[in-house]
Design a binder for this molecule. Structure first.
Ligand code: ADP
Ligand code: SF4
Length: 677
């Protein structure tokens, strides 16, 4: 594909007093490092600048101690003592020619202030917006509002002093004090800041004006605003109050950064929303303002990006997840290498890490958050002096990633795969309802491998220890995957059932095993607690079965809360008529009991699918270890430790880096060490 075709994406864009070198805009997103691990966070952002993003934004940055969002690790700019980190961050981003932006924010009724012990400020005396947290917000009086405005101005002054090009005013995702003043749900005030929309918008307008005053034409001011809250009964809508806000403030900010709220709506997974899913909500903004508009929607397709600019739906292509999955997405488009884009699969593993309070992980990009810690680069693997030949057995995500990384280092790699196609578990899982985008894990790697003259891929080639003994290679990586256990062992049950031949596993369902329709439901028993049981239930229901979902935990698909999918999963299963049963344990005889009362649950299953633990398929690895002493043998991916696809990709990558001699001396990675000064 000719790079010129996409020239329009590389036009500079004027944003108030500054100019973005192109239309690629890495919007603020959590990295999970927060203020306590700044080096990792800086390196994530610097890598995006190196990869060609014209603007790189830092994540939500708390401006005051009474906006303490712990346990979500946010950045901080409470006062000038935080400046050194920001100065270093700005320098790291600008070194590559990108503009540096900072999202100044007060979490308002989302703050918890557990660390600081201060009252949580809000527009009204109401419980904070985390119903499970026993804290109320305190209604701010006129003096509090003045103090807040001063605090925001001070943070803006400090951000400007640090050298940021774009200062954000944040009123999005229901995560900001300014959103809470805007919303009827949370603003019950009777004074000049409550009641009419003009009054509820007053604080936002004042803070925008304050920030423009501080910027004073030296840097730009962006407004990040959620134009709609599709999941709220009482909320902003893009054709109601959301639009009225944009109309009222249209020409005030230098840039509109628009999306939908809350975060689960904004960061929907590919299972529940297509690329560009926010456009029907945000489309109108360009028609209301002459200021540049950036929008998001998990954009990975250069042609869609081009059409969005040509049709004047956006001025800048915003991305959080696509910039995590491929920090070099812009430069690949610029250089005519669109086939090399590592497209985000929309799985939200990245989001779950932030929710858990730890640095990012990504299914597609195993180097994310390892840029500083392990000096891993997403595109470059240094070649060792000794170029070797390796055999990789198994072409699932782990084997493909390992092979690709070794190839990039200049090794010769032979890949042997038992099946007639590469991809391993990704091929089966991506055929399940809603998961087709997951195929990108295989497609990206397979294409890259096929471009290399040093790669030999043999399909339909099941390997035995004897086969491998005769192959002349310097080392072997075994990436033979895992199987779902049939014996009842799962996250809450450590003991195998004696009689389990009749149980089905996800492997059976994915292999298309015929399940006769019986008098009772097919019961999918979830002792895995992520996506698999729900998606198996969905498939069986689509196939015409009566389906029940049961789990020993109190919530359906517990981990999916962290990928922001739990509510959508429950809604979808409800829509499909799947009955949901929580706090239910399964006995060896297939009987179901309520784990709280010990009473029998009336679930007469015609067939049972157990989604529990997985067994590493490590027989080949074990056999090789006992037969071959002359060559190093590694296990990678699920055959080493079963886990998510993300874990398999990371394992494949890490194995290759270890083979290449990449071990940081003294420990396996660098750490931010707190100073006692
Ligand atoms: P991972 O997630 O760790 O990559 P997968 O289960 O997705 O694991 O992939 C493992 C791959 O290994 C599968 O495609 C499987 O067909 C292949 N495989 C398993 N055993 C052998 C073997 N003995 N020889 C060649 N390929 C094998
Ligand atoms: Fe995309 Fe998944 Fe990576 Fe997040 S973890 S950036 S959703 S591929």
């Amino acid at each position: 594909m000719s790079a010129d075709r996409y020239d329009v994406l590389f036009e500079p864009v004027t944003i108030g007093p500054v100019t973005a070198p192109n239309r690629f805009y890495a919007v603020p997103h959590a990295t999970g490092h927060g203020w306590s691990q700044p080096q990792g966070a800086i390196a994530v952002r610097a890598m995006k600048a190196e990869g060609g993003w014209g603007v790189v934004a830092a994540q939500m940055t708390e401006i005051a101690p009474d906006s303490d969002l712990a346990n979500h690790p946010m950045d901080r700019l409470w006062d000038e003592r935080d400046l050194p980190v920001h100065i270093a961050q700005v320098e790291a981003i600008k070194r590559h020619g990108a503009l540096a932006a900072i999202e100044l924010a007060h979490g308002g009724m989302r703050a918890r202030n557990f660390t600081t012990g201060l009252p949580v400020p809000g527009p009204s005396n109401l419980p904070i917006l985390r119903p499970e947290v026993p804290i109320q917000a305190r209604a701010m009086d006129a003096a509090d509002i003045r103090t807040f405005r001063e605090t925001h101005k001070t943070a803006a002054r400090n951000a400007k002093a640090a050298g940021y090009d774009i200062l954000y005013v944040y009123a999005a995702h229901d995560l900001s004090l300014l959103s809470h003043f805007l919303s009827r749900r949370t603003n019950h005030r009777m004074d000049a800041y409550g009641g009419s929309l003009t009054n509820r918008m007053r604080l936002l307008r004042e803070v925008l004006e304050d920030t423009l005053e501080v910027a004073n034409g030296d840097c730009a001011v962006a407004l990040r605003f959620s134009v709609a809250e599709p999941d709220k009964e009482v909320g902003l809508t893009h054709d109601g109050e959301g639009r009225e806000v944009v109309e009222a403030l249209a020409e005030l900010p230098d840039l509109w950064d628009v999306n939908v709220s809350g975060w689960p709506q904004d960061s929907q997974t590919s299972r529940f929303a297509e690329e560009g899913f926010q456009l029907p909500f945000t489309d109108f903004v360009k028609s209301v303002t002459t200021k540049p508009v950036v929008g998001v929607g998990r954009f990975t397709s250069p042609d869609l990006m081009l059409s969005l600019i040509r049709k004047k739906r956006l001025d800048l292509i915003g991305a959080a997840r696509p910039s995590i999955a491929d920090p070099f997405l812009p430069s690949k488009i610029r250089d005519g290498q669109t086939e090399d884009i590592r497209e985000c699969i929309g799985c939200n593993i990245c989001v779950s890490m932030d929710g858990y309070g730890v640095p990012l992980r990504c299914t597609q990009n195993p180097t994310i958050a390892e840029e500083w810690r392990r000096s891993w680069h997403p595109e470059i693997v240094s070649a060792p002096k000794d170029q070797k030949a390796y055999l990789v057995v198994g072409a699932g995500p782990a084997g493909l990633e390992c092979a690709l990384t070794l190839l990039r280092a200049g090794f010769r790699v032979t890949i042997a795969e038992a099946r007639s196609e590469a991809g391993g578990r990704v091929m089966e899982e991506s055929a399940l309802p809603g998961l087709s985008a997951w195929r990108r894990v295989r497609d990206y790697r397979l294409y890259q491998i096929q471009q290399s003259a040093r790669a030999d891929l043999y399909l339909s080639s099941p390997m035995t220890p004897a086969d491998i003994e005769d192959i002349d290679v310097d080392g072997i990586v075994v990436a033979t995957g895992s199987r779902w256990r049939r014996d009842g062992v799962g996250a809450t049950n450590s003991f195998p059932f004696a009689h389990c031949d009749d149980l089905l596993t996800p492997d059976d369902v994915m292999a298309g095993r015929n399940i006769p329709v019986g008098p009772g439901p097919v019961v999918v028993y979830d002792d895995d607690h992520f996506y698999m049981a729900s998606v198996i239930a969905e498939k069986l229901a689509q196939d015409g079965h009566s389906v029940a979902y049961a789990t020993p935990l109190p919530m359906v698909a517990s981990w999916a809360d962290l990928t922001l999918e739990q509510t959508s999963i429950i809604q979808r299963l409800n829509d499909l008529g799947v009955s949901l049963h929580v706090n239910v344990t399964m006995s060896e005889t297939g009987a179901f009991n309520c784990s709280l009362r010990g009473t029998r649950v009336d679930l007469e299953a015609s067939k049972l699918v157990i989604v529990g633990a997985r067994e590493p398929a490590d027989a080949l690895f074990t056999a090789l270890k006992t037969r071959l002493y002359d060559r190093p043998i590694w296990a990678a991916g699920d055959c080493h430790v079963p886990g998510t696809i993300q874990a398999a990709v990371l394992s494949g990558h890490r194995t290759a880096r270890h083979i290449l001699g990449d071990v940081v001396s003294g420990s396996s990675f660098c750490r931010d060490i707190p100073s006692l000064s």
